[in-house]
Design a protein around this ligand. Sequence first.
Ligand code: ADP
Ligand code: MG
Ligand code: MG
Length: 542
Amino acid sequence: MNRRRRVSYSVMEGKINKQMCLSSYIKVPLPSGELEELIEKAQDWAIMHGLSIRENTNLRKDSMQFAPFALLPSAFPRLQFQDACQIQTVLNGLIHKVAHDYEFLRETLAPTISVDPFTRKLFDIYQTVYKEGFTQKLSLGLFRSDFMLNTVCGNYNYDESQEKELDRKSEEKEEEMKAAVEGETGECYDPELRKTKSFCCWKQVEINTIASGMGWLGTVATKFHKFVLHELGMKNLIEYLPENNAIEGLCCGMLEAWRMYNDPRAVILFVVEEFSTNISDQRGHEFEIKRLNPDVKVVRRTLKQLTIQAKLSSKKELILNDSTVVAVVYYRYGYSPEHYTEQEWKVRLLIERSLAIKSPSIQYHLAGTKKVQQALAKSGVVEKFFQDEKNVERVRNIFTGLYSLDFDENGNRAFDMAVRNPERFVLKPQREGGGNNIYGSDIKKFLITIKNSQERNAWILMDRIYPPSQLNYAITVKDSTSNNILKELTPEVGIFGVIIGDDKNNIFVNKQAGHLFRTKKADSNEGGLMAGAAVCDSPFLI
Ligand code: ADP
Ligand code: MG
Ligand code: MG
């Protein structure tokens, strides 16, 4: 059963739903004739402007379709959004420090690598280059920290009189908004109401350090929703959409690394799959690099192609086809065990040993594992990496409960807790790309099967986050004309971060760079965009 709907949280959720509802600003459902026309126009806009993906049937490379999208932007509390943007450079710095703490990574990952061959392979590569000494001391991080609002916050105190007042204000606001939308007044923003949003806290879901894609789709989604609001005759609402410079920020990061490599002939290598459905996002990065600096060449290779084409020169440069020097390696692939055979593992090691600047370096990759996330949430651990108490507190505040299931006192306690109350948790392996987690009663069934097995070490347990939902139109290729497109959706926000630093903790670049906003059906556990479970969206800050 989906706990979001349980009575114990319904009062709180009801309030949040009401306050977060976009219908205070835009009345849904939209009138039916207007709706169909707008959807059709929006689909064409999406395809023409690169809010698009490649069709994955028949593996044809000449056929594009629009990426799934939310027709309207989704309301989101401004304060939490700004807070998440501001903390990104702190998180970048934390990952950098963790990645360069060999003992921490070794100790943290030891239980996992004893049972998970994928993490072990990554760690073996790390250990090899660590012991040899990093040929390239610089790492390029193109990270994405994902978070969701949580309606089940410990620090929320329910106060009936305050709630009544909020109710009254919301209703007043709704009237005001309607008037504003109809163009009768220009003002549709109330700082008082905004303050009330702050009781809904936000929690980090994870931080991605490899193949953190969607910088292009996120940026285009913002333009898309500006277009839609304009079409609806609501251009006064466009200022509620925060600027999104994700694609430029990420590509500037790659170009800065390229510049630091200091060889004008050298190229940027994208490591990709053979057939990329997410091609607009990948090419979006490539073409943005070209736009920013037309002299820099980007080449795309699969790991398999690299097993034949990649070599090291005597100076340990990464060379393709005996002549092309690679300055920067950007992985959009290689984050999952099925991406590798022994040959691909060899080439990953070869790249790691090279002078090319990797995004991510093997140590950045490992620092983004869920096991590391869980270890960082243990008391006293973040403190190890930051002197500044303020930063420690800010980072701790965004962690939700994370637990190991190892065979020790804490692990056993977490294990029992999850079996007793599985709907309170999410069970996660050391994998990326969505679709790997276990939820609800499946957690109990699964845990019982591994109770006495070392496999427990491969998983971590996390408190389940219960985000508030709101109505919006979810438009997918399968579902764009039916009557069933107005749905309760919940958002997940990704904030991009760019960092370049070396093994002595010198940081040369540390920036926040735009965002990705996805919404998924409120009753679905996961929301992979490419898996069709989520839609591209934009935050409408209230
Ligand atoms: P991946 O690296 O595969 O993307 P995530 O940790 O992001 O793994 O989990 C995938 C999805 O599962 C998330 O996008 C989110 O929708 C859902 N999810 C993950 N952790 C939680 C959580 N603690 N509470 C609720 N949903 C979660
Ligand atoms: Mg991930
Ligand atoms: Mg994720």
